[in-house]
Design a protein around this ligand. Structure first.
Ligand SMILES: Nc1nc2c(c(=O)[nH]1)N[C@H]1C(S)=C(S)[C@@H](COP(=O)(O)OP(=O)(O)OC[C@H]3O[C@@H](n4cnc5c(=O)[nH]c(N)nc54)[C@H](O)[C@@H]3O)O[C@H]1N2
Ligand SMILES: Nc1nc2c(c(=O)[nH]1)N[C@H]1C(S)=C(S)[C@@H](COP(=O)(O)OP(=O)(O)OC[C@H]3O[C@@H](n4cnc5c(=O)[nH]c(N)nc54)[C@H](O)[C@@H]3O)O[C@H]1N2
Ligand code: SF4
Ligand SMILES: [Mo]
Length: 761
């Protein structure tokens, strides 16, 4: 049985929650029936990435229902179960609606309501003092996934002079993005409907991208596309697939190298493209020569025949795609070289920049719109301040040095050919070094931190270390929707406007979309732009925030295409036309102008220029003694609906669908351990433990455990030491962040490919 969304919902109906939901301050918005729909307003959903077009149904000035907007040119009326939570989210009584100032001890839960002006004045005054004492680099930032535009944050930090913006980007998609820029000058994506073969490698779209990728895969299946799934779990996508490779977590790089070897040995590569447009083919051939199917089989737990058949199927189906999957990014030591090996495979099989393969997606029409690169004021931060970026000495590729190199290569292409590499995505401090600098004040003290659209207590590994860092700060400022375990440790909490309460200009390479606010911000909620601008104006940046609000900033972005945000909302947005093989005119945006199978940027940054497989530190083969005590391979954080990371735990309909943290084990494993489906257990890793409800599932390999992430309990007290139960069922109590566990290129920490055992709770 594959794990499906339906199954999760079904499970939740079967499982009686350990907490009686009725007595809790969870909340379902209950519109009074019968008063009729008075108005429908067009807006968008920002509860995850795609910004689906929505219609807000209003009654008595409140949003009582949301539906998909059938006229939306991209999402065409589709929204997901999570999108349906929007009315409950907008009107939830747990929302932070006014600026709050801590009055008790940190984490004591005592707050005073203050005005925006007072809050901004006090934060600016404290920041100025800390900057004068320690330098601007004393201020750090944690970001989460792109829940809100992030250019305003980076603009503020560059103007303030701090390079210490850190966040989850060291693991989430951005390592692949940066690596692909270094390899062929852009991040490649494809439209599965136009392919012959798609390899779903470490990605489970049915649960992670229900409106964008999952319907596209289903349509592709109907159109006859062949699928290969490489995933340790039998996911819903396996139902679409011709082949399923149930790989041992953390060993994907060995398989990728095995595929590259086979493609070269059996001469299945695109000889003309390789000869004309790549450098380093011979070194790659050398580097992969030991990855025979037999050796790969031993490492990955996959049968030899499956390894060779899958590689042949991929290499002989033209065009073919291997879309991005977070399952590769979250495996620690090998994560970034997996991205390199995937990029190499795409290139040598001739699937780059061809219709149905993977392209850079940037269209000349959309490229004219001013974007992040034009808004972040990167020139404002001096070389001396850039050099102080924490972690960049260990991981220069992911700091200013690597970003500058990728920018330099991009500049060789005609302007707008491929979007310049994003600073937010590829030029970040390392979170571990930032937290350490807060705790031990070395190499210099981090004394102030902002978390905006980020819940570091739940999203980074080693939650106790994160807490120690937050507790050590002189100033911790959070901008949030709800009081979270992170916000509970803040000095100031600013109330954040919901996406439907603010405009958004959303551009991907091929389209530019104006997302209209459906309603005015309620209470004193504001968008993040008002937060950064408010602080900037108080900190000597008066000339640098010329736009009074987001809409004016978006008008500035749209000026080169001769429209305004308001005008663009009428037509939703515009598309560009995809183009192929543009490299024939311009070359690739790399130092050599070719696809760098051996990466010169990696080499210059002290990273392995060709991928080499490393056994994960905590693994049956990497440490048999440890594995004797922790016999199961652990993965965490497989996405499930309707939850989004640590969010929505306070929304009643979401909690009815997913009431408890779950860990999945194979029924044979459950029986061998003398446990029973549905009982509470402790998942114990060498790092720590998490209490979860056991779910038996044949979708999991018998030697594995799959623990959900993001669990805390808003219904409990937020005061220390409990902190909403943030240490009880949090998968990041199990995950390490020590240097030897992280990838040497980017410092990607592992949320997967770990070890654990299961104990009765
Ligand atoms: N163990 C484990 N840990 C993981 C992962 C895993 O697979 N396993 N996955 C990792 C990945 S890929 C990611 S991207 C991270 C996600 O890490 P985060 O982005 O930190 O995770 P969220 O729980 O979504 O936290 C976002 C917080 O911002 C608030 N918020 C949401 N939208 C807005 C907004 O528009 N404005 C403001 N001001 N606040 C907003 C929400 O209420 C929430 O508290 O987690 C990582 N952590
Ligand atoms: N419902 C929901 N949707 C989300 C999110 C959410 O929190 N909830 N978060 C969003 C974010 S920020 C992200 S980054 C995306 C991520 O979305 P996806 O890319 O789909 O990532 P995951 O669900 O974390 O993991 C995908 C698959 O990787 C597999 N996997 C784990 N370890 C390994 C391994 O070592 N090798 C291989 N081959 N596979 C492995 C897991 O079994 C899982 O099926 O989802 C986005 N969408
Ligand atoms: S996929 Fe769902 S949650 Fe994400 S933006 Fe669309 S409707 Fe909202
Ligand atoms: Mo992510």
């Amino acid at each position: 049985m594959p794990i499906s969304r339906r199954q999760f919902l079904y499970y939740s109906a079967l499982v009686t929650s350990s907490v009686a939901l009725s007595g809790l301050p969870l909340y379902a918005y209950d519109p009074k029936p019968g008063s009729g729909r008075d108005e429908v307003r067009r807006s968008y959903c920002g509860l995850c990435h795609p910004r689906c077009g929505t219609l807000l149904h209003m009654r008595d000035g409140k949003v009582f229902e949301v539906s998909g907007d059938p006229d939306h040119p991209v999402t065409r009326g589709m929204i997901c179960e999570r999108g349906l939570l929007m009315p409950e989210h907008i009107h939830h009584p747990g929302r932070v609606n006014h600026p709050l100032k801590r009055v008790g001890a940190r984490g004591e839960g005592k707050w005073e309501r203050i005005s925006w002006d007072q809050a901004l004045d006090e934060v600016a005054e404290k920041l100025a003092r800390l900057r004068d004492a320690h330098g601007p680099e004393t201020l750090a930032f944690t970001h989460g996934t792109s829940r809100t535009h992030h250019w305003d944050c980076r603009r503020f930090f560059n103007l303030f002079g701090s390079p210490n913006v850190c966040g989850v980007n060291n693991v989430c998609m951005c390592p692949s993005y940066a690596t692909e820029y270094a390899t062929y000058g852009g991040m490649a994506r494809g439209n599965p409907r136009r392919a012959k073969c798609v390899v779903i490698w470490g990605r489970a779209s049915a649960n992670s991208s229900p409106v964008q990728s999952w319907p596209a895969l289903q349509q592709a299946k109907k159109a006859g596309v062949t699928f290969i799934v490489v995933d340790p779990r039998r996911i819903e996508e396996v139902e679409l697939a011709d082949m399923w490779l149930q790989i041992r977590p953390g060993t994907d790089l060995a398989l990728l190298l095995g595929w590259i070897r086979l493609v070269i040995e059996e001469e299945l590569y695109d000889k003309e493209f390789v000869a004309k447009w790549t450098v380093g083919f011979d070194e790659i051939r050398q580097a992969v020569r030991d990855y025979t199917p037999e050796k790969v089989s031993e490492i990955t737990w996959l049968p030899v025949e499956q390894i060779t058949a899958a590689a042949r199927l991929y290499a002989t189906s033209k065009p073919a795609q291997i879309p991005y999957g977070y399952g590769l990014d979250k495996q620690g030591v090998n994560a970034n070289q997996c991205a390199r090996a995937r990029a190499i495979l795409r290139a040598i099989t001739g699937n780059l920049e061809v219709d149905g393969g993977e392209t850079f997606g940037q269209t000349p029409e959309v490229a004219k719109v001013r974007g992040e690169f034009d808004l972040v004021a990167s020139e404002a931060i001096s070389p001396a301040q850039r050099a102080k970026q924490l972690g960049a000495d260990t991981y220069p590729f992911f700091g200013f040095p690597g970003w500058e190199r990728n920018v330099e290569s991009n500049r060789k292409l005609p302007k707008g050919h491929v979007a310049p590499p994003s600073m937010y995505r590829t030029c970040v401090a390392h979170a571990r070094d930032v937290f350490r600098a807060a705790i031990v004040k070395k190499p210099y003290p981090v004394t102030a931190m902002f978390s905006v659209a980020s819940n570091p207590m739940l999203s980074f590994p080693d939650s106790p270390m994160v807490m120690q860092a937050l507790m050590a700060l002189d100033l911790y400022v959070v901008m949030e929707y709800y009081m979270t375990p992170s916000a509970a440790l803040a000095d100031y909490v600013f109330p954040s406007a919901t996406t439907v309460e603010q405009p958004e200009l959303w551009t991907t390479g091929s389209f530019c979309m104006a997302c209209p606010p459906g309603i005015e911000p309620l209470y004193e909620r504001r968008d993040t732009y008002q937060f950064y601008r408010g602080l900037g104006l108080r900190l000597g940046q008066e000339k640098d925030w010329p736009w009074e609000n987001l809409e004016q900033a978006y008008d500035y972005c749209l000026e080169p295409v001769g429209t305004t945000f308001a005008k663009l909302t009428e037509s939703y947005g515009f598309f560009g036309k995809p183009q192929f093989k543009r490299y024939e005119q311009t070359g690739f945006g790399t130092p050599s102008g070719k696809v760098e199978l051996v990466s010169s940027i990696f080499k210059d940054m002290g990273c392995d220029p060709v991928p080499i497989y490393k056994e994960p530190l905590w693994s049956p083969a990497g440490d048999p003694e440890l594995a004797a005590q922790y016999p199961l391979v652990l993965i965490t954080g497989s996405r499930f609906m309707p939850m989004y990371h640590s969010e929505h735990r306070q929304i009643e309909s979401a909690r009815r669908a997913a009431p408890d943290p779950l860990v999945f084990l194979h029924p044979e494993t459950v029986a061998a351990l003398g446990l029973a489906d549905g009982q509470w257990v402790h998942v114990v890793s060498p790092k720590g433990k998490a209490r979860m409800r056991l779910r038996a599932s044949t979708a999991i390999h018998p030697k594995m455990a799959d623990a959900q992430h993001g669990w805390w309990f808003p219904e409990r007290s937020g005061e220390l030491p409990g902190l909403f139960g943030a240490f009880e069922s949090n998968a990041n109590m199990l995950c390490p962040m020590e240097p030897e566990q992280c990838s040497p290129e980017i410092g990607s920490w592992p949320h997967s490919a770990l070890l654990c055992r299961i104990e009765k709770a």
